[in-house]
Design a protein around this ligand. Structure first.
Ligand code: UD1
Length: 419
C-alpha cells in the first residue's frame, strides 16, 4: 500500500489548477446509461473512483475511451443490469447506477452498500423513492432487486437531504411516465451539474438548483451527441486553500468557481486569510497564525461535511478554541484521533469536536481512514515540524488528482513511497 512522506514547515506558494469534481463526474457517468447517444465529457478527473465507475459501466456493456481528462462514452445497448458486490464495496457511489438502469432497462440488481468508515450511510431513501415511483423492490442476499416496466411520476418528499438519493431519483424520473416532483431535494452544485447534463440529453427538469425539482418524464433521451464539461471540484479547491492557510502561504487556485465556496471562504477569512477572486480563480494569503474557527456542517449552501476534516487540521495549529459540530455523518471524526498523534489537542463529545490550538504539530506516522480524513492529515503534515508518513493513501487517490505533483508545484516536500 502506497504511503506519502511529507516534510512540513514550508509555506505553500504558487498556482494550482483545480480538477473536475469527482462528485459531479460520478453521477454524470452513471447517467450515460440513460441514453444510446454518444457522450463526450471533458474535465473528468483521473481518480480511483472514476476508474471504479468506468469498470462498473464497462461490465454493464458501456464502451468508452478515456485520456487527457476527456471521456468518450456510449451506452448503446446495456448488456447487464448487475452491479456486483466487489465493485460496490470499494465505492458506495456505485449505487448511482440503480436509478438509470431501472429507468432504461426496467430492471436493476445492485449490491447493497454496507456501512463505511464515516457511518452507517443507508440507502433507504433511494429505495423508498423508487418504490413510490412504482418499482418493485426486494432486498435479497445483500442485493437490491428493482423492477418496473415503466416508472410512474409522483410527488416525493425526501425525509432528509440526500445528495446521491436526489441524483438517483432524478435519473429514474427523467424516463418515467408523467411528472415527478422531488421536494427537499439536495441543492449541491454537483446535483445541479447532473441536472444540466440530463437536460442536454433531452430531459425536462425545472427548479434546477432549488430544493424542489420538477421532472416531466420523456419517452427517450436520444436527441443526439452530447458534450459536457464537468464542474470544478469545490472540495479540492477548499482543500488547497486551507493548505495555504495552515502553512501561512499564498496560493492561487485556477479553473475553479468561487461562488460555490461561500461557506468555506467565510471560515477561512474568519481564520485571518486575505482572499481575493476573479470569475474562475481564488487567491488566498495568510500572513499570521490562523485563528480557530467554529461551525457546524450542513447541506449546501451550508458548510460542507467534506471540508470538515481539513478545517479541523487548521484549528489544530490555530490561536484559540474551535468547536466543530458534524451534523451529516455520525462517525466522521476518525482523523481527530490521528491528529492527536501529531500533538493536536482535540476533545470529542458526541458529534462535537473541541480543538484547542497548539503552537506546533509534530510529524508522526499516521493512518488515513477515509478520503477527507486523509486530506486533513496531509494538511497537518504540511504544517508540522519534521516528517510525517501517511499510510493507506489509497483513500486520497480516490478523490484528489495527482496530489503529490500539485503540492510539489506549490513548494511542498512530498514524496510517494510505493510498496
Ligand atoms: C454525498 C457525497 C459525499 C458527501 C455527502 C454529503 C457523492 C458521491 N458523495 O454522499 O462526498 O460527504 O454527499 O454531502 O456525491 N441518508 C439516509 N438514507 C439514505 C440516504 C442518506 O439516512 O437513503 C443519510 C446519510 O446516512 C447521511 C445523510 O443522509 O447521514 C446525507 O447523506 P447523503 O447526502 O446521501 O450522502 P451521499 O450521497 O452518500
Amino acid at each position: 500500500m502506497d504511503k506519502l512522506l511529507i516534510s512540513g514547515g514550508r509555506p505553500l506558494s504558487g498556482e494550482v489548477r483545480i480538477s473536475g469534481a469527482k462528485n459531479a463526474a460520478l453521477p454524470i457517468l452513471a447517467a450515460t446509461l440513460l441514453t444510446q447517444a454518444p457522450v463526450v465529457l471533458e474535465n473528468v478527473p483521473e481518480l480511483r473512483d472514476i476508474a471504479t465507475m468506468l469498470k462498473l459501466l464497462s461490465q454493464l456493456g458501456v464502451r468508452y475511451r478515456f485520456g487527457a481528462n476527456t471521456l468518450e462514452i456510449e451506452a448503446s445497448k446495456p448488456e447487464s443490469v448487475l452491479a456486483p458486490y466487489e465493485l460496490v464495496r470499494t465505492m458506495r457511489a456505485s449505487i448511482l447506477v440503480l436509478g438509470p438502469l431501472l429507468a432504461r432497462c426496467g430492471e436493476a440488481i445492485v449490491s447493497l452498500p454496507g456501512g463505511c468508515a464515516i457511518g452507517a450511510r443507508p440507502v433507504d431513501l433511494h429505495l423508498k423513492g423508487l418504490k413510490a415511483l412504482g418499482a418493485d423492490i426486494r432486498v435479497e442476499a445483500g442485493y437490491i432487486h428493482a423492477r418496473a416496466k415503466r416508472l410512474k411520476g409522483c410527488r416525493l418528499v425526501l425525509d432528509q437531504v440526500t445528495v446521491t438519493g436526489t441524483e438517483n431519483l432524478m435519473m429514474a424520473a427523467v424516463l418515467a411516465q408523467g411528472k415527478t416532483v422531488i421536494e427537499n431535494a439536495a441543492r449541491e452544485p454537483e446535483v445541479t451539474d447532473l441536472a444540466e447534463f440530463l437536460v442536454k440529453l433531452g430531459a425536462k427538469i425545472s427548479g434546477i438548483g432549488s430544493d424542489v425539482l420538477e421532472i416531466e418524464g420523456v419517452d427517450g433521451l436520444d436527441s443526439g451527441p452530447v458534450h459536457h464539461v464537468i464542474l470544478p471540484d469545490r472540495i479540492e479547491t477548499g482543500t488547497y486553500l486551507t493548505a495555504a492557510a495552515i502553512t501561512q502561504g499564498c496560493i492561487r487556485t485556477t479553473h475553479t468557481r468561487p461562488e460555490l465556496l461561500d461557506a468555506v471562504l467565510d471560515k477561512l477569512k474568519e481564520a485571518g486569510a486575505a482572499i481575493i477572486h476573479g470569475p474562475d480563480w481564488i487567491e488566498l494569503s495568510q500572513t499570521s497564525r490562523p485563528r480557530a474557527v467554529s461551525f457546524h456542517t450542513a447541506p449546501y449552501p451550508g458548510f460542507p461535511t467534506d471540508m470538515q476534516a481539513q478545517l479541523m487540521a487548521l484549528n489544530c495549529i490555530a490561536e484559540g478554541v474551535g468547536i466543530i459540530t458534524e451534523t451529516i455523518f455520525e462517525n466522521r471524526f476518525m482523523h481527530a484521533l490521528e491528529l492527536r498523534r501529531m500533538g493536536a489537542d482535540i476533545t470529542l463529545e458526541g458529534h462535537t469536536a473541541i480543538c484547542r490550538g497548539v503552537a506546533k504539530l509534530e510529524g508522526a506516522p499516521v493512518c488515513a481512514s477515509d478520503l477527507r480524513a486523509s486530506a486533513s492529515l496531509v494538511l497537518a503534515a504540511l504544517a508540522a515540524e519534521g516528517e510525517t508518513v501517511i499510510d493507506r493513501i489509497y483513500h486520497i487517490d480516490r478523490g484528489y488528482e495527482r496530489i503529490e505533483a500539485k503540492l510539489a508545484k506549490l513548494g511542498a516536500t512530498v514524496q510517494r513511497i510505493r510498496e
